[in-house]
Design a protein around this ligand. Structure first.
Ligand code: ZN
Length: 99
């Protein structure tokens, strides 16, 4: 589904064939990396700093639980959502103490 959406967006934006080819190759590589079940040293998830790129471990958890690691490749929105949810839980618990 992710690949179909990406292909549709590339078609709608009339992306240059070189951009389509590069994007498709990069997307397929990342999908294979995520579904391989391995975490090899040269994988992007291990090469990118600050844990910005998710790997097979996180993607396997996503498939097992279905409630975590929604980002297919980049983890910044998952990180932001986790901080937002944690902040909501903290404010809810403090509200309980006041009441
Ligand atoms: Zn998957």
């Amino acid at each position: 589904m992710l690949v179909l959406n990406a292909a549709l967006c590339l078609k709608l934006t009339r992306a240059h064939p070189l951009v389509r080819t590069t994007f498709t190759a990069a997307e397929l590589y990342l999908l294979i990396e995520n579904h391989s079940g391995y975490s090899l040293p040269f994988f992007l998830c291990n090469a990118a700093p600050f844990g910005l790129v998710t790997g097979a471990r996180e993607h396997a958890l996503h498939h097992q639980l279905g409630t975590v690691h929604f980002a297919a490749h980049f983890a910044h929105f998952d990180w932001l959502l986790a901080r937002f949810l944690a902040r909501g839980k903290r404010s809810t618990s403090s509200d309980c103490k006041v009441a």
